[in-house]
Design a protein around this ligand. Structure first.
Ligand code: S3P
Length: 169
């Protein structure tokens, strides 16, 4: 089975995914990076030039390709789990682990919002993070496991995920 990290931006999906893949000796796929490579520009530029709907189409295509691979670690973008078809495809071949963090921790980890199209236009990024988290909570709750990464190191989150996914395996 694949291990699929979902959850809001700034919760550590990329850093955890990379280390988790090393730890388990599996290939690591980061969907946002795959999309950037395919488009030849950054996520922020894709949103700016082609719009969010185009980005979501690219994301859906990347999800469906990644979900067909065997035994990989996948880090999704924060919005991938909003789409029913994405969740269905990822669940068919993988265990979904949602990383969470408090809005304050997310705000700190996100840093410069200019690289985050969903936050870059907000007058108050923390308030926007809280609003989006509340709106997305039911989607992130579709995960098989949830790990609160607010106060854990990357290695600690990796070990928590390993314990969860190997339990009963
Ligand atoms: C998004 C999160 C981003 C990226 C895009 C949209 C979202 O990924 O896919 O900006 O809708 O939450 P990260 O979660 O890796 O920042």
């Amino acid at each position: 089975m694949n291990i699929v990290l979902i959850g809001f931006m700034g919760t550590g999906k990329s850093a955890v995914g990379k280390r988790l893949a090393e730890r388990l000796n599996r290939p690591f796929l980061e969907l946002d990076r795959i999309i950037e490579e395919r488009e030849g520009c950054s996520i922020a530029e894709i949103f700016e030039r082609r719009g969010e709907a185009h980005f979501r189409r690219m994301e859906r295509a990347a999800v469906h390709v990644a979900a067909q691979l065997p035994d990989v670690v996948i880090a999704t973008g924060g919005g991938a789990a909003l789409d029913d078809e994405n969740v269905k495809a990822l669940k068919a071949t993988g265990i979904l682990v949602c990383l969470t963090a408090t809005p304050e921790v997310i705000r700190e980890r996100v840093g410069d919002v200019r690289t985050r199209p969903l936050l870059s236009g907000a007058a108050d990024p923390l308030a926007e993070i809280k609003r989006l988290l509340a709106a997305r909570a039911p989607r992130y709750a579709l995960a098989d496991h949830i790990v609160d990464a607010s106060h854990l190191s990357v290695d600690d989150v990796v070990e928590s995920v390993v314990r969860l996914v190997t339990r009963g395996a």
